[in-house]
Design a protein around this ligand. Structure first.
Ligand SMILES: NC(=O)C1=CN([C@@H]2O[C@H](COP(=O)(O)OP(=O)(O)OC[C@H]3O[C@@H](n4cnc5c(N)ncnc54)[C@H](OP(=O)(O)O)[C@@H]3O)[C@@H](O)[C@H]2O)[C@@H](O)CC1
Length: 518
C-alpha cells in the first residue's frame, strides 16, 4: 500500500517511483503492496526528489488523463523491461512517529544503508498476479480479508497526512471492481477515524461482498451521492477526494459515467494549481484511475514526484517474501504501512495555529493561582491534550546562563520528573537582530491576526485588562488596514543566533524527582 503525492511532470520523460525491488540489494517493497494497495495522494506543490527513474517515454502532456496527473505518474506494477533503470535514492521513513520500543532504529538504519540505489528491479504484473494466486490459494487468504488489510493502511496513511480536523469532508468515488470495494472500505474506516465521508458508487456490483460493504456504510448513515448530485467543482464541498474507480484491471478508455468523473478530478487538479484557490487533495488507491497499470498514463509524461507515498503489505507471509526475494521494509512499531521517501519540506515560517480559546476574564480568575492551575489542567485533560503534564523547567547556573529542560510533573506541579521521552535540543550562542528587510518580510508574511497578536502581546506586559487588550487589538487592526505598518515602527524585533557556541541534544532516560524548594 502506498500513498504518494505527485508533482508537476511537465511532460518530461522521467518517472519517480518508489517501487518493488527484487534481487539482493535494493529497496524493500512488496509486490503485494503494489498489486493491491498503492494509495497516492496528490498535492502538487511538493517534490519527491529522492526517487527518480528514467522511463523511456517521449510522450507528452496530451491526454486529459494526464492533465489530472500532469504532476506525476506512478506505476504500481512495473514491467521489468520498462523499468530496468530505476534509480532510487530511497529514504523509507516510518510514517508514524509512534516508534515503539520493539522497533530498533539501528536495524532500520542498517537496512537503509544496505540499499543499492542503482540496481533496483521490479516485479512484473505476472509476478504480482502469481502472488495473488498463491495468497488466495495455498496461503488461505480471501479477497475481503486482503481488502480490509490493505485499506486499513490506506485509511491510516490518509489520516496521518490529512488530519480530520482540517480535511474532514471526504468523497470516495468507487468503481465497479475491487478498487471500488477498497473505496467502500476506506469510507468506513475514515468514518471511524472521525472524518465525514460521502460515497459516489454509480455502478454497483451485486456480489455479496459489495452488498455487505454498502450495508455497513448505510448503517453508519454515510451518504451515497449520485453522479448528478455531485457538484461540478468538487473542491467546494470536499477536502479529500479518494479515487477508487479503477486499479490494475483498467483497460482502454474510461467509459461513462467514469469518464466524466475522471474529468472532474482533472478540473480539481487544475483548480489546485491556481493560486488562491482552495485546494482539495486527491488520493488514488493503487493507481490513478484511467492509467494502465504497466504503461501509466499512456499518452502522458512519466514523472512521479511527491512527498506522500506509503507502502503497506506488512502481512506478506515469509514464504512469499522468500520466493520473490523481497526485501521487506522495516515497518515501524505496529504500523501496517511505511512512508516511502522523504516527507515534504515544511515552510516553518508558514506554521501557524489559530489560537481560539474560550473567554478568560478577570472575574473568572481563581484567587489562589494553584487552583487556577488545576482548573486549566483539568480542562487540558478533558480536551484530550497529549501529555498535558509536560513542562519546561528553567534554571540559571552560577555563570548566569539560563537553561530549560522538558519534564513531566507528577502529583502536583512541584513534583516533577525528568523522564520526558521526546528529544530536546538546546542551542546557546550570541544573538543578533535580523536585517530590517528580513524583519519586514517576515512580519508581512504573517496573517493579519498574528501581526496584531504580536503587537498586542507586547502591551500585555503593561498589565492591560482584557477589555483594553481587545480594544487595543481593534485599534491596531484599523491602523494596519492598509498593510503599511512596519515592525520597525512598532519596535518588534526578530533575532537570530549569529554563532552557535553550544548545541546539546537531550534524550533523558533517567528519573529525577525534586520536591518544592529542594
Ligand atoms: N485482486 C485482489 O485480490 C484485490 C484487489 N484489490 C484492489 O482491487 C483492484 C483490482 O481490482 P479488479 O481486478 O476488480 O479491477 P478494477 O481495477 O477495480 O476494475 C475492474 C472493473 O473496471 C471495469 N473497467 C475496466 N476498464 C474500464 C473502462 N475503461 N471503463 C469503464 N470500466 C472499466 C471492469 O469492467 P469490464 O471491463 O470487465 O466490463 C471491471 O468492472 C486493485 O487495484 C486493488 O485496488 C484489493 O481490494 C485487495 C484484493
Amino acid at each position: 500500500m502506498v500513498v504518494g503525492e505527485v508533482n508537476s511532470g511537465e511532460g518530461d520523460a522521467e518517472a519517480q517511483l518508489p517501487l518493488v525491488p527484487k534481487g539482493s540489494s535494493s529497496i524493500s517493497m512488496t509486490c503485494l503492496c503494489l498489486t493491491h494497495s498503492i494509495t497516492q495522494t496528490h498535492n502538487h506543490n511538493h517534490n519527491l526528489p529522492h526517487a527518480t527513474t528514467t522511463f523511456s517515454s517521449s510522450l507528452h502532456n496530451r491526454n486529459p488523463l494526464f492533465q489530472l496527473f500532469s504532476v506525476s505518474n506512478q506505476f504500481p506494477l512495473l514491467s521489468r523491461a520498462l523499468f530496468q533503470s530505476i534509480i532510487l535514492r530511497p529514504r523509507i521513513r516510518p510514517f508514524s512517529t509512534n516508534l515503539t520500543a520493539s522497533y530498533s532504529s539501528s536495524a532500520f538504519a542498517q537496512i537503509m544503508a544496505n540499499f543499492d540505489a542503482d540496481s533496483v528491479t521490479y516485479l512484473t504484473q505476472r509476478d504480482a498476479a502469481e502472488i495473488d494466486e498463491t495468497l488466495m490459494g495455498p496461503l488461505g487468504f480471501s479477497v475481503d480479508q486482503l481488502m480490509e488489510l490493505d485499506v486499513l493502511s490506506v485509511a491510516t496513511s490518509i489520516s496521518e497526512v490529512y488530519k480530520p480536523c482540517e480535511h474532514s469532508r471526504v468523497l470516495t468515488i468507487c468503481g465497479p471492481g475491487n478498487n471500488g470495494g477498497d473505496g467502500l472500505v476506506a469510507a468506513r474506516h475514515l468514518h471511524h477515524f472521525g472524518y465525514k465521508p460521502f460515497v459516489c458508487y454509480p455502478k454497483r456490483t451485486p456480489k455479496p461482498l459489495y452488498a455487505g460493504l454498502v450495508t455497513q456504510l448505510e448503517a453508519l448513515s454515510i451518504p451515497f451521492l449520485s453522479v448528478e448530485e455531485l457538484p461540478s467543482d468538487l473542491s467546494n464541498d470536499f477536502d479529500v477526494v479518494i479515487d477508487a474507480m479503477f486499479g490494475f484491471s483498467f483497460h482502454g478508455s474510461p467509459r461513462p459515467p467514469f469518464d466524466d468523473l475522471i474529468q472532474r478530478l482533472v478540473s480539481l487538479h487544475n483548480n489546485n494549481n491556481q493560486i488562491g484557490q482552495k485546494r482539495s487533495v486527491i488520493v488514488s488507491v493503487d493507481i490513478p484511475s484511467g492509467w494502465h497499470v504497466e504503461e501509466g498514463d499512456v499518452d502522458g509524461a512519466k514523472k512521479f514526484c511527491g512527498p506522500h507515498h506509503f507502502l503497506g503489505g506488512r502481512f506478506v507471509p515469509p514464504a512469499i517474501a522468500e520466493k520473490y526475494k523481497l526485501i521487506l521494509p522495516p515497518y515501524p512499531g505496529t504500523s501496517m504501512c511505511v512512508r516511502i521517501g522523504k516527507p515534504p519540506q515544511i515552510d516553518i515560517s508558514a506554521l501557524r495555529e489559530n489560537y481560539i480559546s474560550p473567554e478568560f476574564l478577570e472575574e473568572q480568575v481563581e484567587v489562589d493561582p494553584i487552583n487556577q492551575f488545576h482548573k486549566w489542567f483539568d480542562d487540558a485533560l478533558a480536551a484530550g491534550l497529549k501529555e498535558p503534564n509536560a513542562m519546561a523547567l528553567s534554571t540559571v547556573g552560577k555563570d548566569g546562563k539560563p537553561t530549560a529542560e522538558a519534564m513531566l510533573f507528577g502529583k502536583c506541579l512541584f513534583v516533577f520528573a525528568c523522564y520526558y521521552c521526546f528529544a530536546l535540543v538546546r542551542v546557546e550562542g550570541p544573538v543578533q537582530k535580523v536585517s530590517d528587510e528580513e524583519s519586514e518580510q517576515y512580519f508581512h508574511s504573517r496573517p493579519r491576526g498574528s501581526q496584531i497578536g504580536a503587537i498586542v502581546s507586547k502591551q500585555v506586559y503593561f498589565c492591560l485588562t482584557s477589555n483594553q487588550i481587545v480594544m487595543y487589538g481593534n485599534d491596531m487592526s484599523h491602523e494596519m488596514v492598509n498593510n503599511s505598518t512596519s515592525p520597525l515602527d512598532l519596535d518588534l524585533e526578530i533575532w537570530y543566533f549569529s554563532t552557535i557556541s553550544s548545541i546539546a541534544f537531550f534524550f533523558p532516560l533517567f528519573l529525577l524527582c525534586c520536591n518544592s524548594g529542594s
